[in-house]
Design a protein around this ligand. Structure first.
Ligand SMILES: C[S@@+](CC[C@H](N)C(=O)[O-])C[C@H]1O[C@@H](n2cnc3c(N)ncnc32)[C@H](O)[C@@H]1O
Length: 222
């Protein structure tokens, strides 16, 4: 591992806004995020596979009355968002370095209001590992409030088509569907929507520069 990566790994261990979770450990924050971490009862939004955490930090700036947690296994990416949040003294955003595969161990029933899946790995060979697969949706259902939203933003045709198939197969109600997100923004009149979609993640910028079409869907699973 490079020197920079090691330094970032060491640094996030000292960050008060970053928690880490290893499988099969007790996790006292489960069910207690509002009371013990955020110290308020505001809605809780997760960004799964957050990378540098652009959505977690960006939405936290826009919505001071909501709480945000970015989850990723890569601490050196998360370092960027966590450091920014600390510099800005943001108290409504945190990070959790872990594998998303055992996410049910991390959040209690009805603890979460919304989930963002931002440019998730498409896992071409392993559909069950896709973050919108039935296996993952079953995990989310255990802690997402009734009527809670799942947002997916991606450039990847395979992942987007797979997600739309899952939505159809399981009858998840669609709240918003934009197969060419940027084209829809040219006529978008809702300033809140424009602001939310103005956030561009690291991978989003890379893929958009390559000419990939950015897609978005929002659906309910409960
Ligand atoms: C393509 S990157 C996207 C990062 C960021 N959301 C963005 O748009 O720039 C996918 C991220 O998901 C994380 N990831 C994928 N599968 C994961 C898993 N099972 N548990 C934790 N993190 C995962 C990777 O570490 C990586 O940072």
């Amino acid at each position: 591992m490079g020197k920079d990566k090691l330094a970032r790994f060491a640094a996030i261990k000292t960050f008060e806004n970053v928690l880490e979770y290893e499988r099969n450990q007790p996790f006292p924050m489960r069910g207690n995020w509002h009371r013990d971490f955020f110290k308020n009862d505001n809605p809780l939004v997760l960004e799964l596979g957050c990378g540098k955490g652009e959505y977690s930090v960006g939405l936290a700036k826009m919505y001071p009355n909501k709480n945000f947690i970015g989850l990723d296994i890569k601490g050196n990416r998360m370092f960027i968002g966590a450091r920014e949040a600390l510099k800005l003294n943001m108290t409504n955003v945190g990070f959790l370095r872990t594998r998303i595969d055992f996410i049910e161990a991390l959040f209690g029933p009805n603890e979460v209001d919304e989930i963002w899946l931002t440019f998730s790995d498409p896992q071409p060979q392993k559909p069950k590992k896709r973050l919108s697969s039935a296996i993952f949706i079953e995990r989310y259902r255990k802690f997402l409030k009734p009527g809670g939203l799942v947002h997916m933003k991606t450039d990847n045709d395979l992942l987007f088509e797979f997600t739309m198939e899952q939505i159809e197969e399981h009858g998840y109600p669609i709240v918003d569907y934009r197969p060419d997100l940027y084209a829809t923004l040219e006529t978008e009149t809702d300033p809140a929507q424009r602001e939310i979609f103005s956030i561009k993640t690291h991978y989003e910028q890379l893929f958009h520069a390559k000419g990939h079409v950015i897609k978005y869907v929002c659906f309910k699973i409960n």
